[in-house]
Design a protein. Sequence first.
Lengths: 279, 471
Amino acid sequence: MSLKNILENWSAYRKGAEEGGHHQYEHQWGMAIDLDLCIGCNACSTACYAENNLAVVGPEKFAKNQGMYWMRIERYWDQMDEEFSEQGASFLPMLCQNCHAATCEPVCPVAATYHTPDGLNAQVYNRCIGSRYCSNNCPYRVRYFNFYSYYESSWPAPLHMQLNPDITVRDKGVMEKCTFCVQRIREAKDKAKMENRSVRDGDVVTACAQACPTQAIVFGDTMDPESRVAKLWRKHQVHRGPYTQRKPKTDPELRGYRIFEELNVDPSIMYLERVREEV
Amino acid sequence: MIQEKDINEQIEWAKINADVMRSLENPRMAYWVAVIICLLMISCAVVAEIYQYNVGMGVAGLNNPHMWDLYIATFVFWIGMSHSGTLLSAILHIIHADWRKPIYRFAEAMTTFSLMTAGLFPIIHLGRVWNLYWVLPYVSDRGIWPNFRSPLSWDAFAISTYLSASMVFLYIGMIPDLAICRDSARGWRKKLYTVLSLGWRGDDRQWRNFRKTYLLLACFLIPLAVSVHSIVSADFAMSIMPGWHVTAFPPYFVAGALYSGCAAIITLFVLLRYFFRFEEYMTLPIMEKTAKLTFAIAMVWTYLTLIEFASTWYGHNMYDKEVLIAKATGPYAWVFWTMLFCGSVVPFALAFKRLRRHMPTMFVVSLLLNLGMYFERWMIVAPTLSLAHEPHQWNVMWGSIVQWAIVFGSFGWFGLLFLIFVKVFPSVSMYEVKEMIFHRRHHKDLVEIMEEHEAAMHHRKGGDKPGLEGA
């Protein structure tokens, strides 16, 4: 790559996130979460704690917003003077959106967070030095910092026996976040490789999707056009790539949207709006 | 018009030497009391830091939206403080403003020490301090490099470059003075100054090389000073957060930096003038000039602040606007309004000649200006985090005693470094004061020349006022 080549073909070396950035994607894991099916039971959150060795910080630290909930159920109420105030809280399961133009990635001084060819926004715990810039720059606020060491307080014997051996326990000073259960993805890919085939839809189920009693969460590879999640994205006309001012959806069946899409971070999770009816 | 002289032009060379060297000797009781206070302040911070290191960052009161807080605000504050030393010593050197000469040395020392204080804060704030060196591009056999896209790694390069450059600049500018000290010192001082003065004899060749080196370093330092604070502002401006994602941040930060630095120069000016009896060197006209400079920078800062509010307001970005409104009306409102009062209203005291010449007033005003600038940095960091995009994570946090103790201790650390400096090195540049006086004795002031010129023109034109058009 000579200097002349760079100067003359400069634009050829620039690729936006909409063209995949600098990645040759093998998969683009994504989700569809149907808010109309979500009953706010927190089973996904609990499953996530069990699967990913999340520390239980205790009530005082939780009250100080120092909790470690990779998957959280956000509750919102309509204001009293608005039309659906009678219908109770709305729930929003919020987890790392694994954005394809993630704002957390470029700001890490040591490149501890980066994009994988799977379309995942990976966090390398060993590399993290705890500058917390990634969390500051995350519009969804889904990055959690180990403000303390928890392995003695969170899993006193014999509770340490329940730790998932496929994933580490993080120590103080390290940032962590939802990985789309990367250990399960890894396992499915290894298995598929052993059987000399590609990963099929349904081979990977994240802990939250598995635990959801109403099956509100659908996980899969959005690059595979036959996967359930890709079909849902197509059905609701939600696409990858940068934000374009689309026409307002007139069809009430089209409920799909991505949160903070206008920030152009290209999140990998499509939400389906809650259906609201006049009572 | 009779202009008051910046400095008494009849001072003897020997008197300058004697006056400045006297400041290096026999610390009085007040000095030791100040040293002990600084040491106590530092020990508060050390105890807090040891506790935080052992237990975790949670003891600082940080939480999920408030991943950064006072550590970063204080870091920006100290970096900002470091800028006026360079302004006085390098920029004013290049534009031949010779009134800087009696006061630039301590300002330059202030630059170095505030950078040494600022550099501690990104370290204190790291979750895993022991891996700090990972942000540096050292050669590793695993081929792992820092992320060159991150403003934090730019920070590491910019600050270390600026710190080393300003230390060299401070030292180089001091060599002729160190030789003067060497010639009259005894004991350990003699040894120290002999080594540090690098065999300075003051011959023609040495002076020529010295001038070139000094000018070269001054030219090198100016873009560094601008870039350092622009890069610090990039920590915020390069992010996506409302209230941080502001294009005008680099000039805004540089203006704020010069502002707080000038205010700190006034503070130290008053202290040194009083304690070392430097009335003949740190004169009232020089204080006036410094105060006018500070006032001008204060107005630039005020303008840029208003620009920032206006662009946020008329930009109609929902998130940005919400943060701006919350700053003015939310839980941080008292900090915000104190910042505006101290930063934009208090400097008007500098517009009055009587106040500019009254040292106790100037001391209080300069402290208030710096309080405003500290609050400004705090108001950049905290409200954005407390009210970012995601409403579920909105939170207000004031920082724990640990955090405040470390911030408090940093002032002690700066004070201690400065106290050591003024007793070991001459805090007024002897050779440059002599130069200044020499030039003033032998050359007419530019103002005088202009006045004479104007009088001559006036005389020739026969009383007509020179017209503006066709100039």
